[in-house]
Design a protein around this ligand. Structure first.
Ligand SMILES: Nc1ncnc2c1ncn2[C@@H]1O[C@H](COP(=O)(O)OP(=O)(O)OP(=O)(O)O)[C@@H](O)[C@H]1O
Length: 321
């Protein structure tokens, strides 16, 4: 079932720019420039792109905060702007920069207020809060006023707030930005757990590609307001010809390194060989090297950061298989 659908989605902003010493001209910025989306129930989708690509603007249109300039959009079968109140009950939203908590109240009091606003039955609310408290370790700061929370604590608090009414769709804009390693792991683990149920659809923007690797099967890449990739991380690697690399350390340096069909020798060092696997498997490569005295073998997976950087900088796809 499609829960997020957009067709030809577009948002223009009009900005004033300097045009001479005193004059200012109006310029139209197409922040989102004809985006098509179709996201099914239970999918976990990463929405990434360089700064200013249009990610937040898209999420704002999907959540009814901004009115599209053109195009069609529906979330949970509702029109986000026209049916914003109804939609609010069906979605959860975390925008890293904004809060849905009451700044001066203890965190726990914000949750009580949210329960009343969304009219969540007490037992449901208590069950969800219990789960969040244990998975996100909220207990030590539940009585602390929100203004005194650290960023990591607040983000865990925000996630909880977004989930207490049991939304079908969760939109997260940079959920791990600025968090330390432990908090990042807590948030990712929590979201993975949430996604594993298969009921909640999750769309997240991030600059931390580890979020995507840990959480999302599907990756949408946007650049200059347009979707430039829609598929799995593996498909992205395939498109850019990324290879797994096998690094072999030998007991003795070799005069002539062996050639292996289906693998390209990329580096030869002091008793060290590095092969990129083109069509051979790591097992096949090692079988070919069986006669050598091997000290150590490691496999380096292709680097998502590297592929995405190439995509952002518009490097053409030249070495794809
Ligand atoms: N309210 C606004 N008025 C004018 N221009 C805007 C406004 N909001 C966004 N823009 C412009 O629209 C473009 C897309 O911005 P958006 O915030 O959606 O990008 P983003 O992909 O979320 O970027 P980042 O990764 O930096 O958060 C940018 O050029 C931005 O300057």
């Amino acid at each position: 079932m499609t829960v997020i659908a957009a067709h030809g989605l577009r948002k223009e902003f009009t900005v004033r720019v300097k045009a001479g010493r005193l004059r200012r001209a109006r310029r139209v910025v197409p922040a989102v420039d004809g985006v098509d989306l179709s996201i099914q129930r239970g999918e976990m989708v990463g929405y990434i792109g360089p700064n200013g690509a249009g990610k937040s603007t898209t999420l704002k249109m999907l959540t009814g905060v901004l009115t599209p300039t053109a195009g069609e959009v529906s979330v949970c079968g509702l029109s986000p702007v026209r049916q914003r109140t109804r939609l609010a009950r069906r979605i959860g939203v975390v925008f890293g920069q904004r809060t849905q908590l009451w700044w001066d109240l203890p965190l726990g009091d914000s949750y009580d207020l949210l329960r009343h606003i969304y009219r969540v039955p007490a037992a449901e609310h208590a069950a969800r809060l219990r789960r969040c408290r244990s998975l996100l370790d909220l207990d030590e700061f539940l009585d602390t006023p929100v203004r005194q929370l650290s960023l990591g604590q607040r983000m865990r608090g925000e996630l909880t707030a977004a989930l207490l009414h049991g939304p079908e769709v969760l939109f997260l804009d940079e959920p791990t930005i600025g968090l330390d390693v432990v908090s990042k792991q807590a948030v990712r683990g929590f979201l993975a757990d949430l996604g594993a149920g298969g009921d909640v659809t999750l769309m997240l923007t991030t600059h931390d590609l580890a979020d995507i690797e840990k959480l999302c099967r599907r990756l949408l890449v946007i650049d200059h307001g347009r979707v430039v990739h829609d598929g799995t991380i593996e498909a992205l690697h395939a498109r850019y010809g990324s290879r797994r690399r096998v690094v072999v350390e030998l007991e003795e340096p070799l005069a002539v390194p062996p050639e292996v069909p289906g693998a390209t020798l990329v580096t030869v060092g002091q008793a060290r060989l590095e092969y990129d696997l083109t069509s051979a498997t790591a097992g096949e490569l090692l079988a070919r090297l069986a006669g050598l005295a091997l000290r150590d073998v490691s496999i380096v997976e292709p680097d998502i950061e590297d592929v995405v950087a190439r995509l952002y900088t518009g490097v053409p796809v030249t070495d794809a298989p």
